[in-house]
Design a protein. Structure first.
Length: 327
């Protein structure tokens, strides 16, 4: 079981010593996973627990909310993904201006040492911490020597599955920025390669305009406060994971349907293999579901009326079904 703490005061006084890492971990992509693997390996070698310290909200949402990036995943999905890496505990620090004003040594003393009793700290090469982001890897190493804890620095990680070398003879490093760029272009295949798993959104299924149902393609509409980066408009093959954990193959629509006027941008999934014999019992309304994107089939197109749209939707569903059953 992964321990989840929402404040340093929640950490048991006898928990530790520990191995700790720090990061926003948006997406928990393969670069993050590389750091977290070093964290858990170090913890196992020393027979002490591993702790990941992360922040909520994202610091950019506090410092520059008007230009903060759209998050790849919500907090719960991030905690789930962190737990899957094998960490023993996650400390979610509420990011505030007071926290941001802490100097590097104050942050290390109060959070890493006093609360978490860190004996070792594992960090990525691009670590920044403390007021004004003045702290970096060198700062952490100097504080380690001064205060008596070890510091392990982990190199960048490329999408090809190997650390990025200083000579640049490798592919682009895994990053949250790269994931967002890929999703903004609808390239969910590249996003999955960087993430190490398909991208997903999560939200409650709500009632929509019922246009899909009236056309013979009922959809599960995600609420507008759903979490996860919304990929580019278009039609995708993917999966809907219901509240019980059952995975259903789906054709997913993202965007405002241009065939109809006055439709706001939304994410909706048509489950392909619904249990027709019990279709009246197949009710997802009010459930918290995840929608997972496997491949983009096409962009969003305006059709000359419902008949042409239905014809294309039949083709989309057939293509999605073929892709998902083959893969």
């Amino acid at each position: 079981m992964v321990h989840i703490w929402n404040d340093p005061t929640e950490v048991p006084g006898d928990f530790g010593p520990t191995v700790v890492t720090i990061g926003n971990f948006d997406g928990v992509h393969r670069g993050h996973q590389h750091v977290l693997a070093q964290l858990t390996n170090t913890a196992k070698r020393h027979h002490i627990p591993s702790v990941a310290v992360t922040f909520d909200p994202h610091p950019a949402q506090v410092h520059r909310p008007e230009s903060a990036p759209e998050l790849i995943m919500g907090l719960q999905d991030k905690l789930d993904a962190l737990g899957e890496t094998g960490v023993d505990a996650v400390l979610v620090m509420k990011y505030t201006l007071d926290l941001a004003s802490m100097t590097p040594i104050e942050f290390v003393r109060q959070i890493l040492l006093d609360a978490l009793h860190a004996e070792h700290v594992v960090v990525g090469h691009d670590l920044r911490f403390g007021a004004g982001n003045v702290g970096d890897v060198v700062t952490m190493q100097e504080l380690g020597e001064q205060l008596g804890f070890g510091v392990q620095v982990v190199n960048e990680y490329g999408a090809g599955g190997f650390p990025v070398h200083d000579d640049g003879d490798s592919d682009r490093r895994c990053s949250s920025t790269w994931v967002r760029e890929a999703l903004s272009e609808g390239d969910v295949v590249t996003a999955a390669a960087v993430l190490g798993r398909p991208h997903r959104m999560r939200g409650e299924v709500v009632h929509g305009a019922a246009r899909g149902r009236n056309l013979g393609f009922p959809t599960a509409n995600l609420s507008h406060d759903s979490t996860g980066y919304v990929p580019a408009d278009g039609i995708y093959a993917g999966w809907l994971i219901d509240q019980s954990g059952t995975r259903w193959p789906a054709a997913i629509s993202v965007g405002s349907n241009p065939t109809f006027d006055g439709v706001s941008r939304q994410v909706e999934a048509h489950v392909i293999d619904r249990p027709e014999e019990n279709v009246e019992d197949f009710d997802l309304y009010g459930q918290s579901v995840a929608v997972e994107f496997t491949q983009r089939l096409r962009g969003m197109v305006a059709y000359r009326g419902p008949e042409a749209l239905v014809e294309q939707m039949c083709l989309d569903v057939a293509q999605a079904h073929e892709l998902l059953t083959q893969g």
